[in-house]
Design a protein around this ligand. Structure first.
Ligand code: BG6
Length: 477
């Protein structure tokens, strides 16, 4: 499909998150974290938005994160399969509550630290670079109950302690870090993104942007600590990317598209340029949002900007000011996109737009002029094992092929893309729905939406395909 040869040291690999893969939710001293309170389906959606019925798992409810795919006990077997595909990098996250079970313990939990030591050693043994996210939809539940999570300034200090602890411990093993996964998710699914639970009468917008400010300061302090403790490491931010298209060339639609993009860019503008953009200040003023900032914050943000822009890309988004068009929203996405008549959708309503990947990468490059790292991309589908025990996921190959080709184009456009870790190289629990049947993997996991199955691993057709993509440095798609 393309003959473009990707750079020699390009970081090909895959990405998972602790909360969607590990399971072992209370093992070896781990405390409860956000996802341990998330069941499946509609109930999950409500809780993720901040309507949290209880801060403890309910009797008789099924919580997919509690066992997930048992990566905690099976990671050696899984990493061997990643190595067989030729991975150069694996993106994982550290579960904050494995290291500090309550989030404010006097000492870190040694068993938790040891687990990640063993995990990183196993990766390095196979020549795979760990790419580590500090917070992937992960707040210890105790901090939510005691402080209201990121609405409190207290979290900044506690997060800094956690970050310094893991930087010091893994400084010889981990050279690629990220602070908050999809930091802009905080505006759409505030409980998932930042552990924010709301009460009657709360000024939700103000709480969200106050929490955002705390995360931005915490992110900058983590960047500072990382640069001090591991001078040869790179630390980035992470954006749920995907540009907004105006539905028509009506300037009202175009302007709204710009505003919607800015809702997300706001975070990265601060993390990458080190200051609040003018449009954000105006937004706070126009909406009478009183965001408390400490006098030292401006300097912290200015002096500790990120080294690279990590981002996920699944689809583009479309926006309209026409009430008739707005009636036709796409289902399944949290960004409030109207259906784009030029594009097909996945079973979960996620728009498929490879060209949008190139557009998004170029926009991020033009805006920030920093290395880009594609840390998520992929196709969620309900794969079937046929009578012969095989899984033909040609549709996934088709999606990935077209996206990798556009990524090659973006590199040729001048974007400095340093790596590509596709999402869920092994099937894991879906973040948005809690389902197992929304699968992204090259490796199938025998487990269903109800938690039944033997958890055995099976290679899909895409396994050999991706292995060959990596081996051929993208020249054979
Ligand atoms: C991103 C998240 O939003 O998309 C991942 O960082 C998530 O955690 C991925 O799993 C895919 O979304 P989903 O809902 O299909 O799992």
């Amino acid at each position: 499909m393309t003959t473009f040869e990707f750079p020699e040291h390009f970081l090909w690999g895959g990405a998972i998150a602790a909360n969607q893969a590990e399971g072992a939710y209370l093992e070896d001293g781990k405390g409860l974290s956000i996802v341990d309170l998330l069941p499946t389906g509609e109930k999950r959606r409500n809780i993720m938005k901040g309507h949290v019925p209880a801060f403890t798992p309910l009797e008789g409810e099924f919580y997919p994160s509690h066992e997930a795919i048992d990566f905690y006990h099976r990671y050696r077997e899984d990493i061997a399969l990643f190595a067989e595909m030729g991975f150069k990098a694996l993106r994982v996250s550290i579960a904050w509550a494995r290291i500090f079970p309550t989030g404010e313990d006097a000492q870190p939990n040694e068993a938790g630290l040891q687990f990640y030591d063993d995990l990183f050693d196993e990766l390095l043994k196979h020549g795979i670079q760990p790419v580590v996210t500090l917070a992937h939809f992960d707040v210890p539940v105790h901090l939510i109950e005691k402080y209201g999570s990121w609405r409190s300034r207290q979290l900044v200090t506690l997060f800094e302690t956690y970050a310094k602890t893991v930087f010091a411990r893994y400084k010889d093993k981990v050279k690629y870090w990220m602070t908050f996964n999809e930091i802009n998710m905080l505006l759409h699914l505030p409980f998932l993104g930042a552990g924010l639970a709301f009460n009657e009468g709360d000024n939700i917008k103000e709480i969200q942007y106050q929490a955002a400010h705390h995360q931005l300061v915490a992110s900058a302090l983590a960047v500072k600590a990382c640069h001090e403790i591991i001078p040869d490491a790179m630390i980035g931010c992470m954006l749920a990317a995907g540009s907004f298209y105006p539905y028509t060339c009506n300037p009202e639609d175009v302007y709204q598209g710009m505003e919607k993009d800015r809702e997300s860019y706001f975070f990265i503008d601060v993390q990458s340029r080190g200051e609040y953009p003018g449009y954000a200040k105006r937004f706070f003023k126009d909406n009478q949002l009183n965001i408390v900032m400490e006098p030292q914050d401006a300097d912290i943000l200015k002096n500790h900007t990120v080294d690279y822009i990590g981002f996920s890309y699944y689809s583009s988004r479309t926006t309209s000011t026409d009430p008739e068009v707005v009636k036709n929203m796409t289902s399944g996405n949290v960004f409030g996109s109207v259906a784009n008549p030029y594009l097909a959708k996945s079973e979960w309503g996620w728009t498929i737009d490879p060209k949008g990947f190139r557009i998004t990468a170029n926009q991020l490059h033009d805006r920030y002029q920093k290395p880009l790292f594609v840390v998520e991309n992929g196709f969620g589908a309900n794969d079937e094992v046929n009578a012969a025990g095989q899984i033909d996921d040609s549709y996934r190959i088709d999606y990935l092929k077209r996206h990798v080709a556009e990524m090659g184009e973006a590199i040729q456009d001048g974007c400095n893309i340093i790596g590509y870790t596709s999402w869920g190289p092994i099937d894991i629990v879906s973040a948005s729905s809690g389902e197992m049947r929304k699968r992204y993997g090259y490796i199938y996991v025998d487990r269903d939406n109800e938690g039944k199955g033997e958890l055995t691993r099976l290679k899909k057709k895409s396994f050999e395909w991706y292995k060959n993509v990596i081996a051929s440095r993208g020249t054979e798609l």
